[in-house]
Design a protein around this ligand. Structure first.
Ligand SMILES: Cc1ncc(COP(=O)(O)O)c(C=O)c1O
Length: 395
């Protein structure tokens, strides 16, 4: 099997897995217990959070540990809008956000809040020369959407399907000028792109460990990355852990695994991203040279508007899911993994301007750190062979 689905999840870094092990059977105490064993666990967590904070260039007390980006997004968005002192009722976000943001917004709309979804730059429809910035949020429309009643703007750093990288610095400036909170779902960016929270001021930033070679079920929310005051209503109440913002016994193994994975990813970020980009470009070259009419969805492969491992492709005449099923040894996706059970075409691709039929003929590859060039050559061969077979069958 060749795993090319690194936007859905990543293999756990072996060092992260190793560092987690002692925290299951040896140092298993509850980190919130006051006895010495509890203190050992609490100190392990404290060191791990300090390391995460230093990798993001932010103070450790601004980090709240969660179960992942879904929970972080919930705490950030619902938490900010439903705080008793929140007077504003309007939110702004983008059509291509992950369901972990869009569904929170829908839920808030049902509760009487107003939501404006801003479009992304569409790609050309008929030929293969897509716009170099396709998939990036339309900044003019974003600016127009913000009103005096806007409490929060939520924009993802990088998209999990198109790989589009949004101009977070510019968006941060805009939210500072217009005096509204900025939430960023940075799930696909943390560990893949430089994230320095001193140079980009973001009030609320969500991430999840399993996208940067850490364990599943562990993530964090950074709260208060700018001078703006952030008040959140907790979404999980109970034991009052983490200053009452997120109750529940903390998970030392998960947090230590996440911290190790982030350190590894940060340390190797430049080398990894160059190597991954080269592998991704090679995959594209091979497929493009053997499949007539193949279209690259989203922003340009050159430049810095697309994640280095991302390839989103539109086939001329074969359904994406058929290609995925027919190439069983290559693991890739016909949409985002989170909406994979959903028969509807990807909302990210339709937001890019694709027709439903074009979206259904699209697939996503996510090249990652553990892929080799041999794997890419072998994957390309298998993909090309299965495509031509499918085409013959459908003729
Ligand atoms: C952009 C984005 N946000 C949020 C999530 C949800 O992350 P988790 O399932 O770890 O909560 C994902 C996962 O696919 C994602 O890609």
């Amino acid at each position: 099997m060749i795993y090319l689905d690194n936007h859905a999840t990543t293999q756990c870094d072996p060092l992260a897995a190793e560092k987690m092990l002692p925290w299951f059977c040896e140092f298993f105490a509850n980190p919130h217990s006051s006895h010495t064993a509890g203190q050992v666990a609490a100190e392990g967590i404290e060191r791990a959070i300090a390391s995460i904070a230093s990798n993001l260039n932010i103070a450790a007390d601004k980090i709240v540990i969660t179960s992942g980006a879904t929970e972080s997004n919930q705490l950030a968005i619902r938490g900010a809008l439903t705080h008793p002192r929140q007077k504003r009722r309007h939110l702004v976000s983008v059509a291509s956000e992950h369901p972990a943001v869009l569904d929170v917004l829908k839920d808030l709309e049902r509760d009487g809040f107003q939501v404006t979804l801003v479009p992304v730059i569409p790609q050309g429809n008929s030929d293969r020369s897509t716009r170099p910035d396709a998939g990036i949020v339309d900044m003019d429309r974003l600016s127009e959407a913000i009103t005096d009643d806007t409490a929060l703007v939520s924009v993802m750093w990088a998209n999990n399907e198109s790989g589009a990288i949004n101009p977070m610095e510019e968006i941060s400036e805009l939210c500072l000028q217009r005096d509204c909170l900025l939430h960023c779902d940075a799930t696909q960016a943390v560990g893949r792109l430089p994230v320095d929270l001193q140079s980009v001021k973001i009030d609320l930033l969500s991430a999840t460990a399993h996208k940067f070679y850490g364990p599943k079920g562990t993530g964090f929310l950074v709260i208060g990355g700018s001078e703006k005051r952030v008040r959140l209503r907790p979404q999980l109440v109970g034991g009052g852990q983490q200053g009452g913002l997120r109750s529940g016994t903390m998970n030392p193994a998960g947090i230590i695994g996440m911290s190790t994975a982030l350190s590894q990813a940060t340390e190797n970020l430049e080398d990894d991203s160059t190597r991954i980009r080269n592998l991704r470009d090679r995959l594209w070259q091979r497929l493009d040279s053997e499949i007539d009419g193949l279209i690259l969805n989203g922003s340009s492969l050159n430049g810095d508007l697309r994640l280095s491992g991302n390839l989103n492709l539109q086939l001329p005449d074969v359904e994406g899911q058929a290609w995925v099923s027919a190439t069983a040894d290559i693991l890739f996706s016909s949409g985002s993994a989170c909406s994979g059970h959903d028969a509807a075409p990807s909302h990210v691709l339709t937001a890019l301007g694709l027709q439903e039929s074009q979206a259904r003929r699209s697939v996503r590859f996510g090249v990652g750190r553990f892929n080799s060039s041999e794997q890419i050559e072998s994957a390309a061969e298998q993909l090309i062979a299965s495509y031509h077979q499918l085409k013959k069958l459908s003729a």
